[in-house]
Design a protein around this ligand. Structure first.
Ligand code: DC
Length: 230
């Protein structure tokens, strides 16, 4: 059976990770959450004191980059665990502070060069669903299926807010909305691989779609695309 590469890009909290995970399960492909890799690196920087809320010590981080070993392990039921060395950091990387640090660290050229290299290795055999910001434009510009997912900032902030609440993290909606908007701004305006829709990507706006609808639309698209490559 021929396998393809599926690149799913989009703004934060637009539902792309859930869709990518479900599609990977449906297709029997490997799921790669590239945002988790930037988050794990950010956590490493925070723990070592090289990333603070105000600054990043890029020099120290670059020197230590080969000490960072990030692994994504696909578990049962489409779950993915993220490891920093031997430590399972799956939960630790999901805080607002780490998300913010990840967004800042992902603007650094040497960081992108290294993580893109690792992502290209992960997908070289195809049969992957990779989600991120630059998958269809930089990591796999030849991906057979490229999806660009969007939703309004309010819808995305509400999803994020509900997620954080469910995890017991106390915050208020306005803070999450401000954070979502700040991240949009940074992800879209940075010099290195800014988030943008690839010319040949299919646009999927999830603002008014249920999860079930998102899933159905995406699976249909995948099946049609796969047929075209058989
Ligand atoms: O998708 P996420 O929120 O987990 O991603 C965390 C940060 O990492 C986000 O602010 C942007 C950055 N990122 C990136 O620059 N390139 C990617 N391919 C994935 C994420």
């Amino acid at each position: 059976m021929k396998k393809i590469v599926v690149a799913i890009d989009g703004l934060s909290s637009c539902g792309k990770s859930t869709m990518a995970k479900e599609l990977a399960q449906y297709a029997g492909y490997i799921y790669v959450d590239t945002g988790a890799m930037y988050r794990a690196l950010a956590l490493f920087g925070i723990r070592n004191g090289w990333i603070t809320p105000d600054a990043i010590n890029g020099e120290a981080l670059e020197k230590q980059l080969d000490r960072v070993h990030i692994t994504l392990k696909n578990m049962d039921k489409g779950l993915q665990h993220v490891y920093l060395g031997d430590e399972d950091v799956t939960a630790d990387i999901r805080t607002l502070a780490v998300g913010d640090a990840a967004s800042r660290v992902s603007t650094l050229k040497f960081v992108r060069r290294e993580l893109v290299r690792q992502q290209q290795l992960m997908g070289r055999e195809k049969g992957v669903v990779m989600d991120g910001r630059d998958i269809g434009t930089v990591v796999f510009p030849q991906a057979e299926l490229k999806v660009f997912v969007t939703a309004t900032p309010e819808v995305r902030a509400m999803r994020r807010f509900e997620e954080l609440k469910a995890k017991g993290q106390t915050t208020d909606f306005q803070t999450v909305l401000a954070d979502v908007c700040a991240r949009d701004e940074r992800d879209s305006r940075r010099e290195e691989s800014p988030l943008r829709q690839a010319d040949d990507a299919w646009l999927l706006d999830t603002s008014n779609l249920t999860r079930e609808q998102q899933r159905t639309i995406l699976f249909d698209k995948f099946d049609a695309r796969l047929q075209a490559f058989l």
